[in-house]
Write a protein that binds this ligand. Structure first.
Ligand code: PEP
Ligand code: MG
Length: 757
């Protein structure tokens, strides 16, 4: 019996030799199509490459008229070749002329060929061209021949991606692969970054496409599949942790896929055809992605991303690659491009090489974005298609101001952005100068500009940004970036480091605020799945029900703050009883430590966050019950407006500077003054100069923001005649003004007075 895999294997071996030879690109392509035709006993073999103008151009042929090379062309969707490219599916026809899509190109002389096999040239699910074989006789190509042609197409895809074939393109008719592309999404963090693409889930760089020994590769695949299955079983069996609900479902799906015979068979087949195990995973995944691209069923699309993730895991197993080795090969100006990403994963990248982050999904308040903000890197999100259009090493610009991304930018655009970066650097210099000036409005009112933090990476920024202290230390971030609960000693160490770095400047520690959108994968949360997690078992509700968690944290805080002032703040308070309960736990810990003669804080202040609207109707009682309050405007706004803060469809729908919300904020500021209780605001609102200006006008004298915002807010503040703004706001907010365009009015107020916003 004929060894079915011998043909493809011989062909791949030939291709490997051809790739290694020092040939001109056209010569190499010509030899490749000749070898494919010979190997497949076909009279014709042609390669069409997709150009940036969506035209498929004949790049090489044996059998068709050689003069048609670089002349014959078809639009995407036109003819058989255009149909294959548009659908990303192979066509196998014994009589091509009878196919309804057949389009006759007279310059090629192809009318004498009847049978036709065409496959898309795919890379990461993206079509780069079409590879065709034809025969005069009417025949139907076998499955193994289709497979062989697809495998060959993959090699060609790598040649296109490497830029080798692109050198043959004429000016103005560049390949689709090198086409500049721009994306518009949302700005998640300000700043502009120029650099080179680093795909977060790296597509394998197929330096090693061809295997030397199929049996050995099959063994490697088996071993890696084995460890992959084991690791999934392992995760599923860890019943003590939080692999319930969604997590569990995803893992069950992974387990099913990892044992899917069809998948494994396709992988093995690709290896038998001569690919390495890595290249086989890439090929099978790419075929599958291309087919699924046209599917609209959200469930199936979701499963596809599970499959993608699984394939990536398998690749990592095969390549023995962890985050450390990825970081080593990082360019100096890395811009990470990812579908979505966990906060901990971002921290695996060395900060000094990161110039930006591009996310296909995500929301401005998701945790990876919070961490990116803490690291001070520009972030643009909701960039649909950015991952599949990018290649590692592509030049890229992230514009975190406009919320745009430019991939493979034209030189003039790149030059304009380089100028922008220089301009921003000059402005940063200006902000540094401002640090020496007192934090006062133009009419001499002192304002505390504090910063938000939560991780050790934030701490150097305290001095750099010139913050008056830390207005919100999000202690849950330490929990979120860990893989198990941080031990009491680790918590204490972080808190001590924070206080040491602050050197007497005030620091407000918020007790862990988990639940809702802040999930700890290792924490088995609520027994039942929550339908509305934002309104669910989270923050203080959760810690009062699990007092062990709170006690450990309070003890760590008390010890770390020995001999200094300690400020503790409770998140998501809904009723005053919660404060009393927390105070009891704190008092007990204080008594406990005192009994064992621990060095206690010199003073202990307890505060509450105002995030739940119920507090708005008990502001005076609240102010009397605590030592200070801080407005969490992110949550307060989402609950006042009934608009999920993570839902990007609602991101621009309601305005934080609308009259009703400004009135809410004013009520809180007034209650603070009335009760002599210090009020701070620590949501994202504090960090935008225009909203920070409004806050000052409403009576806030202490606001806390990401460190990068302190410079711009201070620049605004020192030019602000606060008295004028106050009367302006009083006038506008007290009358029947519900539909006033407050944002525009505030902007005009600033413009008239040359206040930089
Ligand atoms: C807020 O809700 O405004 C806030 C500061 O807390 P977080 O963003 O951590 O929920
Ligand atoms: Mg909050």
């Amino acid at each position: 019996m004929r060894d079915m895999a011998a043909g493809p294997r011989v062909l791949l071996k030939r291709l490997r030799e051809l790739m290694a030879e020092p040939l001109e690109p056209q010569e190499r392509l010509d030899r490749i199509v000749r070898d494919i035709a010979a190997n497949m006993v076909a009279e014709v073999c042609s390669l069409y490459v997709l150009r940036a103008d969506s035209v498929l151009e004949l790049y090489a042929t044996v059998g068709l008229n050689p003069n048609a090379v670089h002349l014959a062309q078809l639009r995407l969707g036109q003819g058989l070749v255009g149909t294959i490219a548009a659908s990303a599916r192979a066509l196998n026809l014994s009589n091509a002329q009878e196919h309804p899509a057949f389009a006759y190109l007279p310059e090629t002389g192809e009318e004498i060929y009847h049978s036709f096999l065409g496959v898309p040239v795919l890379r990461a699910g993206r079509t780069l061209g079409v590879l065709v074989v034809q025969n005069k006789t009417m025949r139907h190509y076998r499955d193994d021949e289709i497979e062989a042609l697809e495998t060959t197409a993959m090699v060609i895809a790598e040649m296109i991606a490497s830029g080798d074939i692109g050198r043959l393109s004429r000016p103005g008719l560049e390949l689709d692969m090198s086409r500049p592309a721009s994306f518009t999404g949302l700005s998640f963090n300000e700043g502009v970054g120029l650099g080179h693409v680093v795909l977060h889930e790296p597509r394998i760089v197929v330096t090693n496409l061809f295997n030397e020994d199929s049996e050995e590769e099959l063994r490697r695949l088996e071993v890696s599949l084995g460890s992959l299955r084991l690791s999934i079983d392992d995760m599923l069996e860890r019943r003590d942790v939080a692999f319930e609900g969604e997590h569990r479902e995803v893992l069950e799906a992974y387990r099913m896929f990892a044992n899917d015979r069809g998948w494994v068979r396709r992988l093995e087949e690709a290896i038998r055809n001569g690919l390495t195990a890595e290249a086989a995973v890439e090929k099978v995944q790419s075929d599958m992605r291309a087919r699924m691209l046209h599917m609209t069923d959200p469930y199936l699309r979701e499963r596809m991303s599970d499959f993608d993730d699984l394939a990536n895991r398998l690749l990592r197993q095969l390549m023995g690659r962890g985050p450390e080795t990825i970081a080593e090969s990082l360019p100096k100006d890395a811009i990470i491009v990812a579908r979505s990403m966990g906060a901990a994963e971002l921290l695996d990248y060395p900060r000094d090489r990161l110039r930006g982050l591009v996310l296909e999904d995500g929301a401005p308040t998701s945790h990876v974005v919070i961490v990116a903000r803490a690291m001070g890197i520009p972030v643009a999100g909701q960039m649909k298609g950015a991952v599949s259009m990018s290649e590692n090493g592509d030049p890229i610009i992230v514009d975190g101001v406009e919320g745009t991304v430019h991939l493979r930018p034209q030189p003039d655009l790149e030059a304009a952005y380089a100028e922008k970066v220089r301009f921003r650097a000059r402005r940063q210099e200006l902000y540094r100068e401002l640090r020496k000036k007192p934090s006062e409005t133009k009419d001499g009112v002192k304002v505390d500009l504090l910063m938000n933090a939560g991780l050790a990476v934030d701490l150097p920024q305290l001095a750099e940004a010139g913050a008056a202290g830390i207005g919100l230390f999000r202690t849950e971030l330490q929990f979120m970036v860990a893989s198990t609960f941080p031990r009491a000693e680790a918590q204490e160490k972080l808190y001590r480091d924070v206080l040491d770095t602050a050197r007497g400047r005030p620091v407000t520690f918020r007790t862990i605020d988990i639940g809702g959108d802040k999930v700890l994968p290792y924490f088995k949360g609520s027994v039942q799945e929550e339908e509305n997690p934002a309104l669910g078992w989270r923050a203080i509700r959760l810690t009062l029900d699990r007092p062990g968690l709170l006690r450990t944290q309070i003890r760590a805080l008390l010890k770390a703050a020995g001999g200094r002032e300690l400020k503790v703040m409770l998140p998501m308070v809904t009723e005053l009883g919660e404060i009393a309960q927390a105070r009891e736990i704190i008092d007990r810990e204080v008594r406990h430590l005192a009994r064992f003669a621990h060095h206690l804080p010199t003073s202990l202040k307890l505060g509450a966050m105002i995030e739940v609207p119920s507090l708005l109707w008990q502001l005076d009682e609240l102010m009397q019950a605590v030592d200070f309050v801080s407005v969490g405007s992110n949550d307060l706004f989402q609950f006042v407006m009934a608009a999920d803060r993570g839902n990007t469809q609602l991101a621009d729908r309601f305005d934080t500077l609308s009259v009703p919300f400004l009135r809410v904020l004013k009520q809180i500021a007034d209650a603070g003054i009335r009760n002599h209780t210090p009020v701070t605001l620590c949501g994202e609102l504090a960090g935008k100069p225009i909203s920070a200006m409004a806050l000052l006008g409403l009576g806030y004298r202490s606001i806390s923001m990401s460190p990068a915002s302190i410079g711009p807010v201070k620049a605004m503040l020192t030019e602000l005649p606060l008295g004028e703004l106050k009367s302006f706001l009083d006038d506008n907010l007290s009358g029947p003004a519900a539909s006033l365009p407050m944002r525009a009015l505030l902007q005009a107020f600033a413009d008239d007075r040359s206040i930089p916003l």
